[in-house]
Design a binder for this molecule. Sequence first.
Ligand code: ZN
Length: 477
Amino acid sequence: MNAVLCSAQFNYFPFYTVDSTEQIQLSQKCSERVFSSFLVPEDVSSAYKKQYKQQKEESRDYVKSLVKYTSMNDQLINSFVQSVFSKISAGNPDLKDYTIVLSDWPIMNAAYVGGHVIVFYVPLLSRMENESQVAAVLCHELAHGQLDHVQSGLKKLLAELYDKEFQKKMKKTMKEEFNVQEKINMLTMKFSFNTRFHSREFEKAADSLGYLFMLNSGYDAYQFESMLDVLKHIDEAPFKDSTDFLKFFTCSSDPVKTQQYKSTSIFSRSSEDKEKDEKLRDSLRTHPDCEKRKVFIKGLMASHLPGVARETDAALFKKIKWASTMETIMADFDYQYYDMSLLNSLLYLDYAKDNEFLKIMIALNVYKIYEATKNHELSDYISNYSDGNPARLNDLLYLLNSLRLSELKSLLECFYKLNVASFTNDEFTLAANYCFSKMEEDNKAEQWQNKYKSKYTNGRFISLLELDEKPGKKKKK
Ligand SMILES: [Zn+2]
């Protein structure tokens, strides 16, 4: 990991375009295809039919917004993903009519959404180790598509929901006096949990067929297994070692003591409980059951040996990985997940010590956190401390929750003064200057606003600098 980073820490500034024509066209095309792929069954009850139609419409609307607001059509990352898909479809001609959408929505995933449309989320790319792993993810999703899993998943769900036994069970539950609501929740949970586009029992089938696509593609099929290893750990922070976050802010005249902000687990548990915890934790992972899936793939590999793998461009992949990481940090900021954006900026800055983009993102995130603390809205913008979080995130949350407003202010003052002279990107620097002036109340904020407005009429920080037509808070999604 470190070696990968060292050679690729180029100063990448995230992609931005005001022209949304392509995104709108793509969202129209994808949502229409998703809509028409749902074929309403004939021989079912009217209640079933109604539910089915509702799901059909919801899926169309979901895909429409997702593609319209989060898809990326940049020349670097999107072109790379499209080229991986081209190589897969060259070896698997049946897969030619798929559309792969690159999205910057902050989730470590890829998903088949129906209508031969696959959404690949940028953050997942930031954690892949090589091009073949990206191909393996795509092959798995393409298999979901070929097996029509959105349709069969929905039909299976509705069949169960309208099943007589199930309805009897619901009625019986309603009659019982205790914990009625809880039992209803338990019964209905399996229908709402993770079923939208994904049903876990289809994973095995998608892995089997996906592995065959992988063999045909010429990519290194052994990477199918290592890709599952990456998925297993994807909810953890990218670096294992503990980081002293405050070391980046070391010029404060009244230094905040680091040690007092180390978080510790507040629970201690028996080993039996830990085993139960592990099962629950696995089921809540973005990608559950990875160990089982690995065993299954190993079996497949034994009977269908991978052949000689095609050459891939390792240097290009490193560039893609770094760019995707920077895009993820930007997206977390844009979608107002300031804790995640700050956490990753700090962790990666530890490995790319002079990276300007990371430094500016630290300043912007700390400012947003300062502002939220000042307005008593911190809990709206940062996660709850939880044993389910990565340890590094808990450390940071603990720190952020413990700092007084004056301490946060002095951290940002220190950080800004240490680094501002090295900033060269005009647009990002203006944003940092504006935030600093807002915090300091030094009467320069308006000057930065005017400068920004004259140079970046449709810039990416219009809303941050409160230059948009309707100022006010963006809704957190
Ligand atoms: Zn899947």
